[in-house]
Design a protein around this ligand. Sequence first.
Ligand code: SAM
Length: 318
Amino acid sequence: MAGNRSSKKKVGGNKSTKPSSSRSRKSKLPRLRVLSLFDGIGTGYYTLLQLGFDIEVIYASEIDKDALMVTKYNFSDKIKQLGSVTEITTEMLDQISPINLLFGGSPCSDLSGVNYRKKGLFNPEGTGILFFDNYRIWNYLNVKAAKENIPFHWLFENVASMENKNKDTISKFFECQPVVVDSLHFSPQRRRRYFWSSILGITELTCFQDMDIDIDEPKLEDYLEKNLDRQANVEKVGTITSKRSCLQDSKSRNPVCQDGQYTGLFITEIEVIFGFPQHFTDVGDLSISSRQKLLGRAWSVQVIRDLLEMLSEKFAKK
Ligand SMILES: C[S@@+](CC[C@H](N)C(=O)[O-])C[C@H]1O[C@@H](n2cnc3c(N)ncnc32)[C@H](O)[C@@H]1O
């Protein structure tokens, strides 16, 4: 198993007992102040912690009660929740400033190419329109950071299957083009996503795109539960979505064989494929399908990790 198999424990606990003043003296680099919009299960924060960043404060906007339960369980009260993005005002942004890093990944179901009933970017009854709240907040913080000379970096992610007209609209608002990154070369899952970002070097992540799958790349078989004699029928799986049946082929066959039968991935295997420790979403009485719903909307930790690592020279680490 490629992931962390240790027993379930909180992943965000501050293990250091040193006062923050003595920690920050170690580095002249600023500590990160983060705002994570559409925070989901806290993938951005989880990845920053994995990379060892010294985070002064993290605020988040999320409304899904299962997602909020997962982040609260894993990170205690470290993430300060602000409620819905639609309710975040400029006064609130002034109060939480300075912000050095803004994450955003608005809901993609109304933009995704696989949804034939998608409502698009502008329909007020859909979720695509939430992009404009991300833009509003980004614009305010971006202008403020330039005026006040605050280091400000940002990242906005969404599905690469969106229509070109929507990609072009988003690019117009952010005044830059996205890069496409597929988690394929970082994990055994295909997951093509657009990233708009100020983080320099992001284009380096795309250099893999045209390469064939390398022999040393992550393969599904390395992510399966070893003791149960499970065999992978494929090297890479397709995009894991919110549906348990998402990986079945046209004959309803699942990507794993166990005891001579086709079977789906265990939810703990999916957690590890996404780069989380096993049982990361195993909180309270959340069902397997609720956990898959949360994971199916999440970022791939491995991709975000490569991207955020580029901030290592700019912000303090512990
Ligand atoms: C594509 S998912 C983002 C997942 C996240 N990047 C992760 O890795 O878990 C979009 C998220 O936006 C949240 N959301 C939907 N409406 C929202 C709102 N009005 N304010 C804040 N979050 C919202 C959803 O609950 C969902 O978790």
